[in-house]
Design a protein around this ligand. Sequence first.
Ligand code: GTP
Ligand code: MG
Length: 195
Amino acid sequence: MIIRSADFDTSATDISACPRPGLPEFAFIGRSNVGKSSLLNLLAGRKALAKISSRPGHTQLLNFFTINGTWRIVDMPGYGYVRLPKGTRDRFADIITGFLTGRTAIRRVFVLLDSRLEPQRIDLEFVGWLAECGVPYVLVFTKTDKLKPSGVARNVAAFADALREWTTEQPQVFTCSAETGAGRGELLSFIGSLL
Ligand code: GTP
Ligand code: MG
């Protein structure tokens, strides 16, 4: 897929402020700092479309971007950011669950996972919850430039293995690096196949 345009639409602080559903949407979610905004910029081919921060908890709203005028990426706040005040965390959780289970335009949720880490309980729980709700999702392992391919393969396999305790589904898996651009072509083809 060739990216001809990538435009920021809007930031929504709650469900009612989201754009009218219409175009197919791909939602990016995962723990704070996992690389959601960086992956969006990589796919869009734009360095600064979404704000990137080394400070976790940067993306605090649902951010909508329209690509090629035909589909959307939704950059979501990271889950599990413990340093936010409890009230804010609860509000985020409500927005995330409401959006993911209620938004008819969602074609796939991309669950981003840090390829450097062994399976984390918070990620397994989240994926288990998505499966239980019947939300269509795939796994995307990020930051693969940070370790050897064998290390990536080991952590991907370990996650798939651990996930068996949470769901019988075997989700599709992608790997990527916003640093080297690895995985961009595969992810864009995948999105193209769903449009
Ligand atoms: P929140 O919005 O806070 O939840 O974070 P996020 O998931 O959107 O992460 P973001 O894209 O802001 O990236 C967090 C940090 O990880 C930044 O310092 C990025 O430069 C870095 N980063 C993201 N992707 C990669 C990658 O593929 N490789 C490397 N080496 N660093 C990355
Ligand atoms: Mg972000």
